[in-house]
Structure formats: C-alpha cells, structure tokens
Design a protein around this ligand. Sequence first.
Ligand SMILES: C[S@@+](CC[C@H](N)C(=O)[O-])C[C@H]1O[C@@H](n2cnc3c(N)ncnc32)[C@H](O)[C@@H]1O
Length: 256
Amino acid sequence: MYTETENYTPLDCGDSPTDGGQQFLERSCGIINAGAQAVMISIGHRSGLFDTMAQLEPATSQQIADQAVLAERYVREWLATMVTAMAEHYPQSRFSGYDLCDDAIAEATHMAEARGLHNIRFAALDMTNFDEPESYDFITSFDAVHDQKHPAQLIASIQRALKPAGIYLMQDIGGSAQLEKNLDFPMASLLYAISAAHCTPVSIGQGGEGLGAMWGWETAQTILNQAGFASVERHFLEHDPMNVWFVSRKEQYHVS
Ligand SMILES: C[S@@+](CC[C@H](N)C(=O)[O-])C[C@H]1O[C@@H](n2cnc3c(N)ncnc32)[C@H](O)[C@@H]1O
C-alpha cells in the first residue's frame, strides 16, 4: 500500500456544475459513509469482533471468524469496512495497492467503489517490474515480501519509488534465518508448513528464489541494508511476538 499527499482533490462524488453543488455532494457522501461506518462499528461491538481482535495476535479473517464463532465471509466484509474507513480518514492522501492476483485486486476495487472512495486505487501488478521512481511519501508491505519472486529486487525498487523524505514500513514474519533459533518461536511448525505449502511455491512458481515465510529477520535486515536506505530501524514488539517491523528512511531524518 502506498500513499501520496500532494495536489489532490479529496473526494469526487460525480460531476457538479457549481462549487456549492460539489460541496453538497461531498458532504452528503461523507455523511452516508460515516453512517455506514457507525453501523458497522456497532455491529463490531455487538458481535464481539473488537473484543475478539483485542485478544488475538495479528490474524486472518478466518482466524478472527473462528474465534468469534461467526461466518468468515461476513467478518471479511466487516474488516473491509474498517480498512477502507482509513482512506476516508485521510482524504488529502492518495492510496495505491498492488498485488499479483487479479481476483484479490478485483475484490479490493469492488469494496472501494462500494464505499465511494476515490482516493484509493488497486492494480494487479507483478511487483518484479515495479518502477515508479520518487513517487511516494510512504510505502507499506504486510507479510508480502518473503513470497515475492525476487524480494531484494522489490525492496530496491521500493527504495527508488520513495520521495527523498519517504519512509518504508515493512512488517514480515519475525523468525530467524537459522532453524535452531526458531524452536521456541510462536507457531513455528505452522509457519514452516504454510511456507512449504504456500509462500515458497508462490515464489518458485514465478521462477523466483522461494525464500519462504521463515526467511528470517536477518535476511530481511541484510536486504534492507543493501537497498540504499539512509537508515533501517528494526523493531520487535512485545504484543506482537510473531512479526518483525522495519522502518526505513530514504534520507537521513533531521529535526530542525
Ligand atoms: C502472504 S500474502 C499477504 C497479502 C496481504 N498483505 C495480506 O496480509 O493479506 C503475499 C501476497 O504477495 C503477492 N505476491 C507474490 N508475488 C508477487 C509479485 N511478484 N508481485 C506482486 N505481488 C506478489 C501474493 O499474491 C500475495 O497476495
């Protein structure tokens, strides 16, 4: 997911002949969206979804649904409301989301359109060919680098895609690259199994390196260090033992 913040008209709810008409449409769209969010927040409260998520580690929609004893398909739709509400909370920003899979992009596009969001776009893209120099203020990836075709190539192109003051936030699985250090890692067997059944073949199937979910924070750190960032910070969060978080700046940050 990427954001860009300059020279952007926040919300376009359709053609309007006058400024007043446009403002009315924007305000109406905003009220309707906020109303929908309020309903979904209430549903999240009454169904226990917020309470369930507060007790879980970062989880998939299926895991949340299982824990809450709810149907996954509806939980996924509810989660989408919460996520797209973010784009509404930052109307001065533009968001772009890329993934290799057409079906994931089609669903994300559909959800954004259903919510009347015009500051977010999704596109199917093989990120191996990602080449948008100095285009973004902030780039994020969540669990998405280890199963790319060529992770180091992707990180280098992300570094290039940032504007000079840009920041890359990367979350990925926080296991070690050395098997013997993962014996006590949370859900290690499951992660190796998912890696074998999904992450590794996704990459190798593209002719890639197949680093897998347990590629190790050391591998991620090395790749980030070699990508040309001015600084790379690594964070392990107490409440999130399964993941590692990296904050990488394209240029050195100066406090004035
Ligand atoms: C483990 S999933 C994580 C997706 C998402 N961040 C999430 O949490 O649901 C990794 C994603 O990387 C995508 N991917 C793999 N290779 C890719 C490539 N070459 N270009 C773009 N996306 C790719 C897969 O399609 C998959 O959706």
